[in-house]
Design a protein around this ligand. Sequence first.
Ligand SMILES: Cc1cc2nc3c(=O)[nH]c(=O)nc-3n(C[C@H](O)[C@H](O)[C@H](O)COP(=O)(O)O)c2cc1C
Length: 205
Amino acid sequence: MPSATPILYNQIMKDLNHPRRNNEISALDLIRRRRSIRRYTSETVTAEAIRLLLEAAQAAPSALNRRPWEFVVVTDAVRRRALSAIHRWSFMCADAPVVFAVLADAGASVHWVEDTSAAAENLLLAAAGLELGAVWVAIYTQPEREELVRRLLEIPDRLRVLCLIPVGHPAESKEPRSQYDDRKVHRERYGQPWDEHPGNGRSSP
Ligand SMILES: Cc1cc2nc3c(=O)[nH]c(=O)nc-3n(C[C@H](O)[C@H](O)[C@H](O)COP(=O)(O)O)c2cc1C
C-alpha cells in the first residue's frame, strides 16, 4: 500500500472487494477531487504508488485495444530540472519527486492522441485517489518542446511525446469541483436546452 495518506485508496479497495450499490458516488467524488496540483512537499512517492499509477494509466480504453502508450518514469533530479525549463508552465517538474513522460507509438494507431490522453487522465485520477498531487504538462502539440523532451529522455524517433505528469505529495490544496454547466448540454438536438427534470410537463421534441 502506498505511504500517501490513502483514505480514498482504502475506500476504492473496499469498494472493489465489496461492491456497493453506491460505488458510483466514490467514483464521482474522485473525479471532482482531481485538481491540477503544482506544488509538492519533498516527500518521495513510493515504488508501490508509482506502480499503481502506471497500472491505472494502462487500464485506459484505446481504439482496437492497441494500447499505443509507453511511459518514462523520471526521478533523477538533473533530468527533472531540465524538464522544468522546457516551458513556462513545466516548472513543477523540478519539485515533483517523480515525473511521468507519456509517450505514444503513433504508427500503432491513428487514435494515439485519444488513447494516450485517456491513459494520462487515468493516471491523474489515480493520483487523486492516492491523495497525491499531479498536473498535465503539455508537450504535444509543440514540436520544439517534443524535441527537447526526446533529447533529454533519449526517446526513439518512432515515439511521440504527449505530455509530462509531475506527481508528488501536495503542498497546496484545492476545492473539489464539478464545473457543471447546463449551457453545454443540449436535449435531443443542438440548441434545445437540457432540462434537469425530464417529464415535468414538457412534451418531447
Ligand atoms: C491538454 C492539457 C494541457 C495542459 N497543459 C498544462 C501545462 O502545460 N502546465 C500546467 O501547469 N497545466 C496544464 N494543464 C492543466 C490545466 O491548466 C488545468 O487542467 C485547468 O486549468 C483546470 O484546472 P484543474 O485541472 O485544477 O481542474 C493542461 C491540461 C490539459 C488537459
